[in-house]
Design a protein. Structure first.
Lengths: 168, 663
């Protein structure tokens, strides 16, 4: 939410108040696949990307929690982001092997999320961020802070704050 | 009164506060010691120096109320150490009040950058003045003290040539000070008495590398060179500071003073570190330990496969790394450890004040104050200890007449001690008072409905003593403001238990009581039982496990949909860990763990048992903070996360689910 608003305000300021050359603020996101969707999270909110770490399942935890892992001596929960976002998912047998874990900085501390495939890092000017076109993507609007059109592909920006503040 | 401290002095203020806190902490102990040995010159000097330092710092920062109080207390001690007056308990009370006031003022300063107004402390100041005048009516010590000093020294001292009379006088006035010290004294004098003309002379002498010793010819003169060497070393720092502050105006001089003070303080250097940084360090070291274990394993494999010189060298390097990492781990653990002195040092004062209030005579003996404990335990131990000591004084130690009548020494003794015992620390309080009357305790517990008459009849003395820790129990016939302050013995007990410690009471009627608190060295590490269940390893804190027995089919009885387990001649409800954790059950059980839940024993069957291990507790993070039955997690030797189970809450959670209602 906040970055979307900020983005628009800035672009307005850029055009109307400061005439001439200004460097637009660039946004860098790490893009990855969730099912067929291309989604991204601002790089500032990503602590690291890791594959293939040992996960310890946590009995009696909510079903979206896959387990906990050891991140440099810290215990970090790893969750099934698809389930958490209420989009369709099936857990493949080798979920720990094939998929990558992205460790995010969230309001609930560090949390790992399982993603299908890391696409890479994308940079674009903040003004390219558009409000979410309702109903065109499979992810609930409240988890999205905006979309960006990238050569024919739509990148959905996830709002980490709202995703991890939703419980209860 | 709001205190304005300019930006550039903030740091000095912070330093002053830390220093002042240390001084005051030591003072309490010293003052109580002093009361026992009022003639101890060394102690008097130490106290005087402490107060003097405090006053100096406060003066530099313009903290007038602090200076006012400290100045008077300093004067009193100056008289005391010069033998001009004797110490009475009444005088001591006022001095202690002054020290308390200083402490309060400094706390205020720390919390809100405020100080009490001068008017507020006037009454205290006048009382301090009264103490000062008490024995000998002459007032400020500064003028009094000189004559004293000079008369005692004059005979033995001769000066070298070329020194002004004024300086000679000063040297005689402060016989145990060097030139820098004398300079300090001058700065601390009231402005109108400050001999400004001597200052340049002293500075010049210091610049030349001279000191009092060079100016004074004592009868027993030591070899010259050695002295000079000493002096230049001692004086280097202050000297530098002084030369850089050449003009001798009062302001810059006072700056000189603090600088030189800092140089003197060097020998007991400490830094304060945020606990979070230490935690972070612990985590990182934990990681290194795991990496080391991995390297060790790989090296062993390599060694098996090929034996070359290079591999041998590798093994050597790894072995050395192994040792260093172990040392590192211990060193970091030690960062969290602090000597129990930190809280013990508060007791001399507490006991003294209480004893006076209760008209009892008590001698406090402290032992093992260097025993180290984890800081988080230490912080929580203070209140229980204060409570226990209060109790001893209030209920244990008898009044002097009563003690004499019983043939005991007039003054009671309270012993406060700490020592290591295996992987535990024992902190104890022992008194030689009247002891606990177990019959009286039982009667009281009966009256309050805490036990049944049958229980009372069967109870051993030791069990009876435990009753005092029950909520709602108080043996004092009347609630005094000494021990009846709302925090009861039950709070003591629950605090100790929450630290995973235990309490033991020994008492002999008429002879005294000993209360022992057994505490773990650290809260971060616990002993656990490692269990296997559904292919996963779990840790169960050992303190909740009563016993472990082999699983035998013939000891299991099915009662309806429930199972029960025969342990000797008791029938215990039996659950499998799998059903408690809601994970698939293979029904291959190997062991049964008997746990105590409240007063009842419950059997839990498990698939595998891996043995005992000491582990470091880590939190699961906010996202998973309220999962029933999981107390936290730890990282095993292979880097995997192992969950720590809380069988107690696991069982109660299961029960709620079975019954279908939340209680």
């Amino acid at each position: 939410m906040s970055s979307e608003v900020k983005g628009r305000e800035l672009s307005v300021l850029g055009v109307e108040e400061l005439i001439g050359e200004i460097h637009e603020k660039e946004v860098q996101v790490i893009a990855f696949m969730l099912n067929e969707e291309l989604v991204g999270v601002p790089i500032e909110q990503i602590i690291e990307i890791t594959n293939n770490r040992d996960l310890t399942p946590v009995p009696k935890a909510p079903s979206f929690v896959i387990g906990v892992m050891n991140l440099r001596g810290k215990i970090v929960p790893v969750i099934n982001l698809k389930e958490h976002l209420k989009i369709p998912y099936q857990i493949p047998e080798d979920i720990y092997r094939r998929n990558k874990i992205v460790i995010l900085e969230t309001p609930k501390g560090e949390v790992g999320v399982i993603v299908d495939e890391i696409v890479g890092s994308v940079k674009f000017p903040e003004s390219d961020i558009l409000p979410e076109p309702i109903g065109t993507v499979g992810i609930d609007v409240k988890f999205i802070s905006g979309v960006v059109q990238l050569d024919g592909e739509l990148l959905i920006l996830l709002n980490v704050e709202s995703i991890f503040n939703q419980e209860e | 009164m709001k205190v304005e401290i300019p930006e550039e002095l903030q740091e000095i203020l912070e330093e002053f506060l830390v220093e002042a806190e240390e001084i005051l902490e030591n003072l309490d102990q010293d003052l109580v010691d002093l009361e026992a040995n009022p003639e101890d010159k060394e102690l008097l000097n130490k106290i005087f120096r402490g107060i003097h330092t405090l006053k100096g710092g406060a003066g530099f920062l313009n903290l007038t109320p602090v200076v006012e109080i400290a100045h008077r207390v300093e004067d009193i001690f100056n008289k005391l150490r010069n033998g001009e007056m004797g110490l009475t308990p009444e005088a001591m009370d006022i001095i202690l009040e002054g020290i308390d006031r200083l402490r309060e003022a400094l706390q205020m300063l720390k919390d809100s950058r405020e100080l009490p107004d001068v008017e507020e402390i006037e009454e205290l100041l006048s009382r301090l003045d009264a103490v000062l005048k008490g024995e000998s009516p002459t007032t400020p010590v500064s003028s009094e003290g000189d004559e004293e000093g000079s008369s005692s020294l004059e005979g033995e001292v001769e000066f070298v040539d070329g020194i002004s009379d004024k300086l000679k006088e000063l040297i005689l006035q402060y016989p145990d000070r060097d030139l820098a010290g004398i300079l300090e004294e001058i700065i601390l004098m009231p402005p109108d008495k400050r001999p400004m003309d001597v200052i340049p002379e002293i500075e010049k002498l210091i610049e030349e590398g001279k000191d009092v010793k060079d100016l004074v010819k004592k009868k027993e003169t030591k070899p010259q060179e050695k002295e000079e060497g000493e002096i230049s070393e001692e004086e280097k720092e202050p000297q530098k500071a002084i030369t850089s502050e050449s003009p001798s105006s009062a302001g810059s001089n006072s700056k000189t003073k603090t600088t030189s003070k800092k140089a003197e303080k060097k020998n007991s250097e400490t830094i304060r570190i945020d606990v979070e940084r230490v935690e972070n360090l612990m985590n990182l070291v934990g990681e290194i330990v795991l990496d080391r274990n991995r390297i060790l394993r790989v090296t062993q494999d390599v060694e098996k496969e090929c034996r070359t010189e290079a591999v041998e060298k590798l093994v050597e390097a790894v072995t050395s790394l192994d040792r260093t990492v172990s040392d590192l781990q211990v060193a970091v653990m030690k960062l969290r450890m602090q000597p129990i002195k930190k809280i013990f040092s508060k007791f001399p004062r507490l006991v003294r004040d209480l004893a006076r209030k209760l008209n009892k005579k008590v001698q406090l003996v402290i032992e093992g104050e260097d025993t180290e404990l984890d800081r988080s335990i230490l912080d929580r131990l203070e209140d229980p200890l204060i409570h226990l000591v209060r109790n001893s004084l209030d209920h244990g130690i008898e009044l002097p007449e009563e003690r004499i009548a019983k043939g005991k020494p007039e003054a009671g003794t309270i012993r406060l001690f700490a020592y290591h015992e295996g992987d535990h620390i024992v902190v104890g309080i022992q008194d030689d008072g009247r002891g606990i009357d177990s019959e009286k305790v039982k009667k009281k517990a009966l009256e309050k409905g805490l036990i049944t008459p049958e229980q009372a009849a069967q109870m051993s003395d030791k069990e009876a003593y435990e009753l005092i820790f029950l909520p709602g129990f108080s043996t004092a016939d009347k609630v005094s403001d000494v021990s009846g302050r709302g925090v009861g013995m039950d709070v003591v007990a629950s605090t100790i238990h929450s630290l995973r410690g235990s309490i033991e009471v020994e008492s002999e009627p008429g002879r005294g009581t000993t209360i022992l608190l057994k505490l773990p060295l650290t809260v971060a590490i616990i002993r656990t039982l490692m269990l296997g269940c559904n292919g996963q390893v779990y840790a169960v804190p050992l303190h909740s496990v009563v016993e472990i027995v082999r699983y035998q089919e013939d000891q299991v009885k099915e009662v309806g949909s429930f199972k029960s387990f025969m342990l000797r001649d008791e029938v215990l409800p039996l659950f499998s860990l799998n059903e408690l954790l809601e994970v698939p059950d293979s029904n291959e059980k190997a062991f049964v763990v008997i746990v105590k839940v409240g007063e009842k024993l419950i059997a839990v069957s498990i698939e595998k048992l891996f043995g005992e291990e000491e582990i470091v507790i880590k939190s699961l993070g906010e996202l998973l903070s309220d999962i029933p039955g999981i107390a936290g997690a730890t990282i095993a030797g292979d880097g995997r996360v192992v969950l720590i189970l809380d069988l107690n809450s696991l069982l109660s959670d299961y029960k709620t689910k079975l019954i279908g209602v939340k209680r």
